[in-house]
Design a protein around this ligand. Structure first.
Ligand SMILES: [Cu+2]
Length: 319
């Protein structure tokens, strides 16, 4: 429940937004209470202890143990509530649930490009089903942008050469604002879009609807798995082709733990494959030379997403 909804705040479109709003109300409440109380006490003391004659001498002060204890304990408790409540919301915001639908978002001066799990794309509009957690994996083709859904109290930087994540859990159908919240050039203010939260049936319908019509001949390669196979064969297979290759055989390794030179092991997930493609020397596979060069600037973020979709699909098919 949202206790502190005020007319000026955007609607709260998720349980997270409600709790965020309550925390905000608590912060404002504590601030207002102490501002008023301290100002009142200043005025009261200024009058009560004003100088009345030259001969005025203050009385010796007495210990006020109870006052000192309360003056420490009460603020401590109040700020600890801020800390734990804030930390809880922060962790919640940073940890998308495993079953979330992943949508890829690319920011570009001055538009938002979205791609759904089946390859369907849209620009500046984002359709999502109601009641299901949505995870956005985001990158930029040029400068830093910021994906901002005020009604969900969620905002995350979208950075070139890096992937950031954000998630939200829509609970009501409707249309919501989408803004770029990082000044990104002359048309920054026009970099706006709309989030459409629709019923699961409508979402399915949307996914399978046209929009590919004009690109009919490209339809085959619009499937990220098919396109990803081509990217894999053109760029990766030479070194990752199996026993005797320069690099480890990772063709069917998606979702498994990989051993590193440092002795650590790491899960081969989307983030790991992305980082291996862009910064191959960050994590060196055990027993292999650091012979992979970066594909930064050579493969677009779309192609990287495609090759990941492909690796994922061949590993899943194998299980
Ligand atoms: Cu922008």
């Amino acid at each position: 429940m949202n206790l502190f909804a005020v007319k000026t705040s955007p609607v709260a479109a998720s349980d997270y937004a409600d709790e965020w709003q309550n925390l905000w109300g608590y912060l404002i409440g504590v601030s207002v209470f102490f501002t008023v109380a301290i100002c009142a006490v200043i005025v009261f003391f200024a009058i009560k202890y004003r100088r009345r004659s030259d001969a005025d001498r203050p009385e010796a002060t007495k210990d006020g143990k109870l006052l000192e204890i309360l003056g420490s304990v009460i603020p401590f408790v109040l700020v600890m509530i801020m800390f734990f409540w804030g930390a809880k919301l922060y962790f919640d915001a940073r940890m998308p649930p495993k079953d979330a639908i992943e949508i890829l978002v690319t920011g570009k001066q001055w538009m938002w490009k979205m791609q759904h799990p089946n390859g369907k794309r849209e620009i500046n509009d984002l359709h999502v089903p109601v009641g299901v957690p949505i995870r956005l994996t985001m990158t930029s083709e040029d400068v830093i942008h910021s994906f901002y859904l005020p009604d969900f109290r969620k905002k995350m930087d979208v950075v070139p050469g890096k992937y950031t994540q954000m998630w939200f859990h829509p609970r009501e159908e409707g249309q919501y604002h989408l803004f770029c919240a990082e000044y990104c050039g002359s048309e920054h203010a026009l970099m706006v879009g709309r989030l459409h939260v629709v019923s699961p049936a409508k979402y399915e319908e949307f996914l399978s609807s046209g929009g590919r019509g004009a690109m009919a001949e490209a339809a085959a390669s619009d499937d990220p798995v098919v396109a990803g196979k081509a990217v894999w064969e053109a760029n990766c297979v030479v070194c990752h082709s199996g026993p005797g290759g320069i690099g480890p055989n990772i063709h069917k390794a998606f979702g498994t733990m990989r051993e590193l030179e440092t002795g650590e092991s790491i899960l081969m997930d989307e983030a790991y494959v992305r980082n291996s493609i862009i910064n191959p020397n960050d994590d060196i596979a055990k027993g292999y030379p650091a012979a992979m060069t970066s594909f930064k600037g050579q493969l677009s973020s779309t192609q990287i997403n495609q090759v990941i979709a492909y690796l994922k699909s061949v590993s899943e098919a194998d299980q």
